[in-house]
Design a protein around this ligand. Structure first.
Ligand SMILES: [Zn+2]
Length: 291
């Protein structure tokens, strides 16, 4: 380590990790952004950030205010309600008698509110303590602060687990999916959405090595689910609804739209609440079942 680092602002220590899916360590460069390398496992094709920030630094990051998630998701609520309605339509088809639903990473709580309206008994677990408190105090939702650990909930507890835009953030996706398999009731389902590394739009807009440490394709997501003991029953692309106001906060689109300057400010004034959906195949939606 160079002595030049000693007096600078603290530099985050990075650590090397093996492929989460196959354990391999042979990789090829995928891309490089924000000073970090994104690599592709040459054995199984999983794309991930390596080396990366330590896990303790990631938890700190999501509680530091550096992450724009809460503000973004609050502004995105009108658009998200439409995206989540599509996801809940699948959940209600799979669980016609409803039952218990856990949302991992509920952030502003929008999906939980809709699931409650749809008749589910809902709980959430959220890494951002401020967001968890807001869900409890302002929305009356049963949301605890923390990350999903193997002993967070008893086995065979939930009929449905949803994880929207979470799996790309967690340090050990297969372990997290094994926990999901453990807490689902037999025959229960997990619904996962995540950026689709197979889409050009996601490769252009969703590479954010600071927060997104894994990049799944339909193949690597299905393989991860299988490794965790879950059976994939549906795998398709999902395009989110978006509105202009939320896009100004989005780490994905904010920079892009800000470069458009006055044109964009006019568009935001006129179109702020207009909800649109672009056919970018930007996200994957996987539905898997516990045998
Ligand atoms: Zn691999």
């Amino acid at each position: 380590m160079s002595g030049a680092l000693s007096q600078a602002t603290p530099v985050r220590a990075l650590e090397e990790v093996a492929c989460n899916l196959c354990g391999g360590t042979a990789t090829a460069p995928f891309t490089r952004k924000d000073g970090m390398d994104v690599v592709r496992c040459t054995a199984c094709g999983l794309v991930y950030v390596n080396p990366r920030a330590r896990v303790s630094d990631l938890t700190e990051h999501y509680n530091s205010g550096e992450s724009s998630r809460l503000e973004y998701y609050r502004d995105a609520e009108a658009a998200d309600r439409r995206t989540f309605a599509e996801i809940l339509a699948i959940a209600t088809r799979l669980a016609p008698a409803r039952g218990a639903l856990l949302d991992v990473g509920p952030c502003a709580g929008t999906l939980l509110l809709q699931a409650r309206e749809a008749g589910f008994g809902v709980q959430g677990i959220e890494i951002n303590a401020g967001a968890a408190r807001m869900c409890r105090e302002e929305l009356g939702l049963d949301v605890r602060a923390g990350v999903l650990e193997p002993d967070s909930y008893p086995p065979d507890t939930f009929d449905v687990v949803s994880m929207g835009d979470v799996i790309e953030h967690v340090p050990d996706p297969v372990a997290t999916l094994r926990t999901v398999a453990r807490i689902l009731k037999p025959g229960g389902h997990v619904l996962i959405s995540t950026p689709n590394v197979g889409s050009a739009a996601a490769r252009m807009l969703q590479v954010k090595p600071e927060e997104h440490i894994y990049y799944f394709s339909a193949e690597t997501l299905a393989a991860s689910l299988r490794k965790a003991g879950l059976e994939t029953v549906e795998m398709r692309t999902l395009d989110r609804y978006r509105n202009f106001t939320a896009m100004t906060h989005s780490t994905t689109c904010g920079t892009l739209f800000q470069t458009l300057g006055p044109v964009f400010r006019l568009a935001r004034r006129v179109l702020g609440d207009v909800v649109l959906k672009l056919p970018l195949r930007e996200n994957l939606l996987a539905v898997a079942r516990k045998p």
